[in-house]
Ligand binder design. Sequence first.
Ligand code: DX5
Ligand code: ZN
Length: 217
Amino acid sequence: MTARINPSILAADFVNMERDLHRIATADLVHVDVMDNHFVPNLTFGPQMAGRIQDVSPIPLDVHLMIDNPEKWAPGYAELGAYSVTFHAESTTDPVSVARRLREIGARAGLALKPGTDVEPYLDLLAEFDQVLVMTVEPGFGGQSFMPETMPKLRALRERVSQAGLDVWLQVDGGISEKTIAIAAEAGADTFVAGSSVFGAENPALAIDTLRREAAA
Ligand code: DX5
Ligand code: ZN
């Protein structure tokens, strides 16, 4: 299984975004964290900024919505051309209809689960999604420590995906570094978001290579 590495621009320099996007051009996708200061206690940016990132990014966008009311906002990110749009299970009562709308527009649909959210209710819905994001920290901030207690969720997801023969990517986000990535890979993740460990490195391209290697080890 080839590991996908998606650097999170939450750890990039916001006033040198275009430069930083080019620094991670060897990654698979660029992870774009949208926060509304309601769903999470932090604020980043909305569709206008995401649209400009889409315009100048050498690689496609993996949008992570940490916002209320994805019914209203998620389709706009698909319309601006994001490759994948992931919203939180905790932010909607009808994740399937949000996912169907995203797919209709042409984006991959992702479902994110906070560390405390049980995966069981979603296991029978996996065919409706292209990826599931298991948060390995509480969403809201970069630079937090990886939570190994979230790994059983990943194992349950991997088991169901294999059993059902589905092509659903399993993503982890939060505290992923060269030290923790193998733990998540072993538990079944194939897609890895990394903010501080990529942009905090002297050479982000080298950090991406190291993460890919460690995930495969
Ligand atoms: C946190 C965000 C992450 C964040 C990860 O809520 O969803 O994408 O940027 O940052 P690190 O890799 O530093 O934990
Ligand atoms: Zn994220």
